[in-house]
Design a protein around this ligand. Structure first.
Ligand SMILES: [Zn+2]
Length: 510
């Protein structure tokens, strides 16, 4: 067996430290123990005087090595970026182009997604002629820097597994690091691939709202069977066939995060197909320009992805659907019509809007008391109850709405000053909601427990029966209410807490 490894000239100095281990591990996956001494190296010469020009995006360079067995391409191994780029260091030392070796601030350190499209391009192109070629990934810097271990990278690794690729040295990232994200109780702990669309969507939400000004990426749901005319308690929480919903992954940009988003979309698509979900994509910033006072005709929609990405999706055979500007406009019309009907019927609850507002605020779809992520039994619970808002005096409503944190709830529109509008906005605000599983929603609405409005701690009714109490006590360690306590949430919860305390009289905070 003749083993030849092709390495691009512009990567040689860096990859020479790693390729033997990578190749050995690739063969091991197929059950072969090879002697690294038997590997021959061929340098794949790319034209250009500088590392930069050799790696130029238009060239055929990718962060890969190709392993040929008896002249047949057998493995392609894609490497992560590195902050310890030996090739650029050498060039820098010669005074050609400065490079900060091992600089922690260098964002591409160990990042796997940047340029990952070219790794897939090479793989799918090679596969046309050599259908048995396999693609693996290999992480650099695992022992040197913190980057390969950060949460957003661990999500990327799980994405790769979900779309069907393995990382040869994943064992160098401890499984404990993946656990920081949490494997939901519904998932197989020990398996890197996501098995649940909802869990993955929650991880995306959780990571995308980390920055203080980040608009979280979220999954919007349109239920075309939802009819505000028959909008009542029974409807809102009855079991829905999830395959009838339209899921829309709403995200900020394709700009700098194009390749992140490429892998995210592929992963979402894979999971959606498995769960028979109808999934589309939309770019939120453009869409929500509508809401920032921009006239609809000026709103920009990104109707397509960069051609590099659409071509790649074609090669992979993934059919990505995205929402058109027209569809988004139709939805906004739908929301307006819903408002009109709601007003005619004097029904302030709009469960579809409420849930999407909660999602847009970055709430994960999981029970915030017990952590359950089974979408089928998750319900959107109001903190300040719909009935209480409906019965609230105008004074009360104005008092709440005039709080600094609440001011932006009221949008300038035709009905800004309507009493009904104020109630509608409060009832359906994303900050007035929390997801609870149906069990915990029921107990919440029956005042067996509440969350305190300062820290989100669980307060339970003192004279509840022992069984209910123990059930709540067993769920409480997973309570993550404190993670969503915005000032708005605190205001809404204050109303709930007061009502709870006045109703149950005796209670204890856990
Ligand atoms: Zn629960």
């Amino acid at each position: 067996m003749k083993i030849v490894v092709k390495i691009f000239n512009c990567n040689y100095e860096t990859y020479k430290n790693y390729y033997k281990d990578a190749v050995k591990r690739a063969f091991k996956k197929d059950g072969f123990d090879i002697n690294p001494q038997d590997i021959e190296i061929v340098i794949d010469e790319l034209p250009g005087d500088t590392i930069q020009s050799q790696r130029a995006p238009s060239g055929r360079h990718s962060r890969t090595i190709t392993v040929l067995v008896n002249d047949i391409p057998t493995y392609i191994i894609g490497f992560s970026n590195t902050g310890f780029d030996e090739d650029r260091k050498i060039e820098s030392d010669k005074g050609i182009k400065p490079y900060k070796y091992g600089n922690d601030d260098y964002h591409s350190n160990s990042y796997i997604c940047q340029g990952i499209n070219k790794i897939f391009d090479l793989y799918y192109d090679t596969k046309l002629e050599y259908p048995n070629v396999k693609l693996f990934f290999y992480l650099l810097d695992v022992k040197k820097a913190s980057y390969p271990h950060n949460l957003s990278n661990t999500i990327s690794y799980r994405e790769l597994y979900t779309v069907g690729f393995e990382i040869l040295n994943i064992d160098q990232i401890s499984f404990e690091e993946f656990k920081q994200l949490g494997f939901s109780v519904e998932e197989n702990v020990g398996n890197y691939a996501y098995i649940s669309f909802n869990k993955f969507a929650n991880d995306l939400t959780s990571i995308s709202k980390k920055g203080p000004d980040n608009v979280p990426a979220y999954i919007k749901c349109i239920d075309n069977k939802f009819d505000i005319e028959s909008n009542n308690d029974e409807y809102s929480e009855e079991f829905r066939d999830l395959t009838e919903l339209e899921y829309i992954y709403t995200f900020k940009t394709l700009g700098a995060q194009t390749y992140d988003n490429f892998l995210i979309m592929w992963t979402l698509n894979t999971l959606a197909e498995k769960e028979n979900k109808n999934l589309k994509f939309v770019f939120s910033k453009e869409k929500y320009n509508f809401r920032l006072g921009q006239p609809p005709e000026d709103a920009k929609f990104t109707e397509s992805f960069p051609v590099t990405i659409t071509n790649l999706f074609q090669k992979i055979g993934v059919n990505i659907k995205y929402e058109s500007g027209d569809e988004v406009r139709q939805q906004l019309d739908r929301e307006l019509n819903q408002y009109k009907t709601a007003k005619e019927k004097n029904e302030i609850r709009n469960q579809e809007l409420f849930k999407n507002n909660m999602r847009a605020k970055g709430l994960e779809t999981k029970c915030y008391l017990c952590g359950c992520e089974v979408e089928e039994i998750l319900e959107a619970a109001h903190l300040w109850g719909v009935a209480e808002i409906k019965n609230a005096s105008l004074n009360k409503l104005n008092m709440i709405l005039s709080k600094d944190c609440m001011r932006d709830l009221i949008e300038e529109c035709d009905h800004t000053n309507e009493l009904f509008y104020k109630k509608y906005v409060l009832a359906n605000s994303g900050d007035n909601g929390v997801w609870l599983c149906s069990n915990h929603h029921e107990l919440f609405d029956r005042n067996y427990y509440c969350f305190d409005s300062e820290y989100g701690k669980v307060i339970i009714k003192k004279d509840s029966n022992e069984i209910v109490k123990n059930y709540l006590l067993s769920s409480e360690p997973n309570c993550s209410m404190n993670s969503i306590m915005t000032n708005k949430t605190k205001s809404f919860l204050e109303e709930r807490e007061n009502l709870f305390k006045n109703t149950v009289l005796e209670y204890e905070t856990l």
